[in-house]
Design a binder for this molecule. Structure first.
Ligand code: FE2
Length: 375
């Protein structure tokens, strides 16, 4: 946020994204709600403020009309909340807690994850800010060497454990861990590239991804108002589910189920992946070849979220925790599951069992494709 002026924080760039000032106030208010009011037992710091930052009560398209905090008032509220949170934290003992919210520091993990997930949402909007320049970019991320290998690798038939086990932090929708039986399949070793997607567009007349524009006979990308020739070696990103599904069929393949994806990701290492907004873009398809998952696939974590064919549903034995509005209200056939995280995802957020979900027409997210084929 550092390079942005207040008018940019308060501007509406897209009806499907909040003004950044709302996200910032919401992050602080959510922290106040759980870590100051709920854990600390303290009164609300600014009266009824919480109503403005309730994500369910206030849909994105109306958020800029609300009397939300802006400018210096917003910044001082954020600082005051963090100070109060740390005061409360210094007075509690997490290791002996009976309260399931406190046990193992669950609620603190949840609040960190919440803030980090909003970092990614805010970055979706930053891509629409003309002339935006990140404070720091790690050039080594895009310079990762590209590994050679087969187009597809094999995942054997068998029983696979899916989901998060009972220990440690995970969201309710990742639990309980359970066994699924899978047939053998092949999965693309790398995410689908811009080159392959451009071929699909040329062949079928399909709509290009978000942020692609024609410039004479070639494609350019337009994130941050910066027009650059499309790099054919990078994973394709900003494709919606419908285009991802059509691409897979065109290629004679299909999208994986989320269980197939999770089985193929076994052994992936989030510490050797393009995550955490470090490179401010994707590494080429085939990078991180020294850190494949057990089946030999690379970049299962990081670079681009990968669409699956699965609807966002409860696992057998699901129990909402700590509140139904995190996952339960979204279960059904309206949303498709994405897996694996993107370059814009904070490292702490992602793990093999993490389930992201979105509407099939959405493309402002950092979404890409990896296909499978039955064996
Ligand atoms: Fe939120």
């Amino acid at each position: 946020m550092e390079p942005l002026a207040d008018d940019q924080l308060n501007r509406v760039y897209s009806p499907i994204l909040s003004p950044l000032a709302w996200d910032l106030g919401h992050i602080a208010n959510f922290e106040e709600l759980w870590l100051v009011q709920r854990v600390g037992g303290l009164e609300p710091m600014r009266g009824e403020l919480g109503r403005l930052y309730d994500a369910i009560e206030n849909p994105r398209k109306i958020r800029n009309e609300l009397p939300i905090l802006r400018g210096d008032e917003l910044r001082s509220y954020m600082a005051e909340v963090r100070e109060r949170t740390l005061e409360v934290l210094s007075g509690i003992e997490l290791s002996y807690a009976d309260d399931p919210l406190l046990a193992g520091g669950f609620i603190y993990e949840m609040l960190l994850a919440h803030e980090h997930q909003h970092n990614e949402t805010m970055l979706q909007l930053l891509q629409m800010v003309d002339g935006y320049e990140p404070v720091r970019v790690d050039e080594s991320v895009a310079a990762e060497p590209v590994s050679e290998g087969p187009e597809m690798v094999t995942v054997e038939a068998g029983e696979y454990e899916i989901g998060a086990d009972a220990g440690g932090f995970a969201y309710d929708n990742e639990r309980p861990r359970h066994t699924v039986e899978l047939q053998a399949f092949e999965i693309d070793r790398t995410p689908v590239t811009n080159a392959a997607f451009a071929e699909f567009v040329a062949d079928t007349g399909a709509e290009p991804p978000m942020y692609w524009e024609r410039d004479g006979g070639r494609w350019v990308t337009t994130q941050f108002g910066d027009r650059r020739p499309l790099d054919p070696a990078l994973p394709v990103v900003h494709v919606d589910w419908n285009k991802a599904d059509a691409f897979a069929r065109w290629a004679g393949k299909r999208l994986p189920t989320e269980f197939e994806w999770e089985a193929a990701a076994t052994g992936a290492d989030r510490d050797r992946a393009n995550l955490d907004q470090l490179g401010f873009g994707c590494a080429p398809a085939g990078a991180y070849g020294d850190a494949p998952s057990d089946c030999g696939a690379v970049q299962m974590l990081g670079d681009v979220w990968e669409w699956t064919s699965s609807d966002f549903l409860a696992y057998p034995g699901f129990a909402a925790f700590p509140y139904p509005e995190y996952s339960e209200v979204f279960f059904g056939d309206e949303y498709k599951v994405l897996r694996g995280g993107a370059w814009a995802t904070r490292t702490s957020v992602i793990r093999n069992s993490f389930r992201n979900w979105d509407l099939p027409q959405r493309s402002q997210i950092f979404s890409g494709i990896r296909c499978v084929r039955d064996l």
